[in-house]
Design a binder for this molecule. Structure first.
Ligand SMILES: [Zn+2]
Length: 345
């Protein structure tokens, strides 16, 4: 891509109210059968149009065809029983009733490839597709078969790699793995988390991203964030490992978060997808606020390696707020782009 500071969203956008209950995670579909298939495609086209109209350069599907960024992928795999549920603690933060791994996990057919082909038809701009990362997948399951988090993660990594290769063949330019768990399970990140992630990304020609964040703006996450103190240094654990990894781009949150910007020094040389939009707050940023965050990042990231983005997915936000934030993101990036080209002249 030739655009300097190409803008992108992390993943989800709010769904239209005729498709699913707004401002809710795991919201059930309001349609079924063929009407649901058509409704998802309509919503995906709207998501593309909204990003393009507001100047987003790298286009995502807005996760309009999935109920949840982790669960929907797992639902399509064998070996997981969704009727047998157990209550586990998600990322050491909140209890949830989760499905159980009862046998060998495998993928009988592609999960998102048709959706990705449909997204490819909608635009000539670069497209990005997000998949859950292996460590984040195992954290939303009870495992009664492998009885080893590492082993299960490795199996998922192999499955994710199959899916990623087919997404790439379908024309996806950038493949993103969501690993919020990397901000929680530091020993496992070190022992096998990054290795499993690299296994998921193995052999891809598409650019690869790992997205690590502090979660959606839901109460369980904001309560957890309140306990983290005035400086959030969690990235300090994963960044040195990722700097040495085969992953091309690191996606992190920054706007309104307490992450010290100088932690970016730890991933020097990598591309950085920087969260310049707060998704836990319904106030739309001004373009100048976005620009100020990007300017700070440019102290630690070369301009040709910076991708202005959102902190995380925007699924739980009202639609008009999400649209406003898309506009603020591209307007803020435009300000800094102009400053950079003026400085060069
Ligand atoms: Zn996130």
């Amino acid at each position: 891509m030739t655009t300097l500071l190409p803008t992108s969203i992390v993943g989800s956008l709010p769904k239209p109210s005729w498709l699913a209950q707004p401002e809710t995670l795991w919201s059930p579909w309001k349609l079924e059968g063929d009407a649901l298939v058509e409704g998802k495609q309509d919503a995906l086209r709207i998501a593309v149009q909204e990003q393009r109209q507001r100047g987003i350069d790298i286009i995502s599907d807005g996760e309009q065809t999935r109920q949840h960024f982790v669960t929907t992928f797992i639902e399509h795999l064998d070996g997981v029983d969704f009727d047998r549920r157990e209550t586990v603690r998600i990322r050491n933060r909140y209890d949830a009733s989760v499905p159980t791994v009862v046998g060998e996990v495998s993928r009988q057919k592609p999960v998102f490839v048709d959706d990705a082909k449909y997204l490819r038809q909608q635009t000539d701009q670069p497209i990005k597709w997000a998949l859950p990362g292996p460590m984040t997948m195992i954290d939303t399951l009870a495992d009664r078969h492998y009885r080893s988090r590492e082993k299960l993660a490795w199996e998922f990594a192999t499955i994710l790699n199959q899916e990623a290769r087919e997404l790439e063949a379908a024309g996806v330019d950038i493949i993103q793995f969501d690993e919020p768990s990397f901000n929680v399970f530091f020993d496992e990140v070190q022992d096998w988390g990054v290795a499993a992630l690299e296994r998921a990304a193995e052999g891809l020609r598409a650019e690869t991203v790992v997205h690590i964040c502090y979660g959606y703006g839901i109460k369980a996450n904001t309560d957890w964030k309140a306990t983290l103190g005035s400086e959030w240094r969690q990235y300090e654990e994963s960044f040195p490992l990722l700097q040495r990894s085969a992953i091309d781009v690191i996606s992190l949150e920054s706007q309104h978060s307490h992450v010290p910007m100088d932690l970016l020094e730890l991933i020097r040389g990598k591309k950085v997808m920087l969260g310049a939009i707060d998704v836990a707050n319904e106030t739309v940023e001004t373009p100048e606020q976005v620009a100020e965050t990007l300017r700070k990042a440019l102290t630690f990231v070369d301009a040709d390696k910076l991708i202005p983005s959102t902190n995380c997915g925007m699924a739980p936000l009202p639609r008009d707020v999400a649209r406003g934030k898309l506009g603020a993101l591209s307007a803020g990036a435009a300000i800094v782009r102009e400053e950079l080209s003026a400085a060069k002249d």
